[in-house]
Design a protein around this ligand. Sequence first.
Ligand SMILES: *Cc1c(COP(=O)(O)O)cnc(C)c1O
Length: 332
Amino acid sequence: MPVIEMTVELQHIRAARERIAGKVERTPIVLSQSLSDRTGRPVHLKLEHHQTTGAFKLRGASNAIAALSAEEKSRGVVAASTGNHGRALAHAAKLEGIRAVICMSRLVPENKLDAIRRLGADIRIVGNSQDDAQQEVDRLGADEGLVMLPPFDHPDIVAGQGTLGLEIMEQVPNAASVLVPLSGGGLAAGVAAAVKGVSPRTKVIGISMARGAAMKASLDAGRPVQVEELPTLADSLGGGIGLDNRLTFAMCRDLLDDVVLLAEDEIAAGIRHAYEEEREIVEGAGAVGIGALLAGKVKVSGPTVLILSGKNIDMDLHRRIVCGQTIAERAA
Ligand SMILES: *Cc1c(COP(=O)(O)O)cnc(C)c1O
């Protein structure tokens, strides 16, 4: 058995839920008739894209900020973000009346950047990758004393995201499997800890895009590795897991039953299905569960839950995808 130096368990997730009660929505879960018909099993959609700020990241951000001391709050918080974590942190910081500085790479779409700016955070654009943005975060932490709250590799962030897993198991207690969008693994680690803490036999499966799947490459290598960051329709799943990852790599390794990778057209099919069959607008990262089922890449053996993790997609891009126009120029 590998030695786990740090982990997040059910008790931490239950504590997180009490801490963030009233600050985040308990999102609805609905049966997808079309996906149930297609797979022959009940398929439930956890509508987390209806969360305040449009993604689950508010859970982790609210928990991490609520857990700060008064002295830490007075210094403010800083993070690197591909968008949704920054947005969540900005919102949670504003509620708490504290300063937030968000660093991001030039790959972040304009709509996400604007949303964070409107929430009142300071924005720094640096470099072409999450790692470049992270260097600026380290500098601000060291030079200006801001408290660093990373997007996934932090116990309070993972515990906050795990509250989503608690809700799922209350809403669908007999779930046989839960499909989780996977990037840095904060969501997957938290959800898996909650789901398996309550129901050890329920399978938890991570879904990433094939273009730049850092967690999958790391799990295959047996240690955190770097992969090239590429543009993808699932832009919220971009970025590395950190070569010094101390929490989510080990949790994903120990708790996930499988990781599945999707091509860009399979992600597009998920977005299109969400819109036309479910009447839901989701971003690429939020559509990978649907995409995986449509592509037949996950074996459905019983009641299945898909997490629709976010809705913050550029609407011009969304229109082009649902119209079936080529996505080649983006994927090129
Ligand atoms: C951040 C994000 C993910 C991936 O979460 P990780 O904790 O980095 O694995 C999935 N979907 C959306 C919409 C996100 O914003």
